[in-house]
Design a protein. Structure first.
Length: 331
């Protein structure tokens, strides 16, 4: 867990693809599963509030498997001192990158005046980045929207970018939609505001020497390749979660590395071994299998696979035999 941090944001950049941070989804079990499918993609944690990292049970919150590298911790908050302290703790745990959330529109972050609310306070974002850069040696990055509410997205995004670059930010990941803090739910904010990829492309043209990744609405490998012509990297969330098997194409199609030829049997055996250890330490089968429901999407037996895991994995005494039973429906 405390292996030497990996530095990403150099020229030429090593990061071309990342799995987005997804609250309630990209926990350590999800990331271990994804790492079996892709060795190259950058994986993000869920968002953790700085106060929780500082005062919570750190081992429970922040522990991860060595296999998960490269891995970035996403932080939420608006107090530069607290964010810097949380970043220091995360670096000590072995994370490769710290990412500041400037894009989440949930009621929780609005109440705490962070997440997408920080689009309205770019100087606070810059102060937070500067404080974290003074504290840690690993990369410090920002994930933002192109604007919020009635902001002029042409002006707001440049204004934020100017300040975070001057503060030493290593990379800016941009979700190519506005966030509406008033009138839309978090779920609606993922779909209703129109995508504006051109705005992110224009930002990259203006800051051609800075690392800019694009997020939002990407549904295929071909779309990733198209975005990589005009940005440094692409980030995908829900599409990966609901159809994780296409992560097997990332290393070969995006990075030019050897194709992931891990067989279905080897994948399930690896997950069974990992799951057995988790159950032995007091965990539940469903903690892990909930992330695997979409694994065989479109294949014969996929519906039965989902049924078995959905109905049986939540039982108190459920063990890896349930996972093997579900896989038998496929094989």
């Amino acid at each position: 867990m405390n292996s030497t941090p990996i530095t990403f944001y150099h020229s030429p950049p090593l990061v071309k693809f990342a799995v987005a941070p997804m609250l309630g989804w990209t926990d350590r079990h999800c990331r271990f599963f994804y790492r079996l499918l892709t060795k190259k993609a950058l994986l993000y944690t869920e968002m953790f509030v700085a106060d929780t990292v500082i005062h919570g049970i750190r081992k429970k919150l922040l522990a991860f498997s060595d296999e998960e590298h490269p891995i970035a911790l996403q932080l939420g908050g608006s107090d530069p001192k607290k964010l810097a302290e949380a970043a220091r703790i995360a670096e000590d745990f072995g994370y490769d990158e710290i990412n500041l959330n400037v894009g989440c529109p949930s009621d929780r972050v609005q109440a705490g005046v962070f997440g997408a609310c920080l689009m309205l306070h770019p100087d606070v974002v810059a102060q937070a980045v500067e404080a974290m850069k003074r504290t840690v040696t690993i990369a410090v990055t920002v994930k933002c929207r192109i604007g919020v509410d009635d902001q002029d997205e042409e002006l707001a995004l440049d204004f934020l970018a100017d300040r975070v670059w001057n503060a030493g930010c290593d990379a800016l990941w941009v979700h190519a939609r506005k966030a509406w803090l008033k009138g839309l739910s978090p779920k609606e904010n993922r779909d209703i505001p129109p995508l504006n990829y051109k705005r992110v492309y224009n930002l990259k043209r203006k800051y051609e020497n800075n690392f800019i990744g694009l997020n939002g609405g990407i549904k295929s490998i071909s779309e990733i390749k198209e975005h990589l012509r005009l940005c440094d990297a692409a980030m995908v969330g829900r599409q990966v979660y609901h159809n994780p098997i296409w992560l097997c194409l990332i290393d070969s199609e995006i990075y030019g590395e050897p194709q992931n030829n891990l067989s279905d049997h080897d994948l399930i055996n690896a997950m069974c071994e990992y799951t057995a250890k988790h159950i032995a330490s007091g965990g539940r089968l469903s903690h892990i299998t909930r992330h695997m429901l979409g694994l065989f999407q479109g294949r014969d037996g996929a519906r039965r696979w989902r049924q078995i895991l959905s109905h049986n994995a939540t039982k108190i005494d459920a063990n890896v035999h349930i996972l093997k039973e579900a896989f038998a429906a496929i094989s």
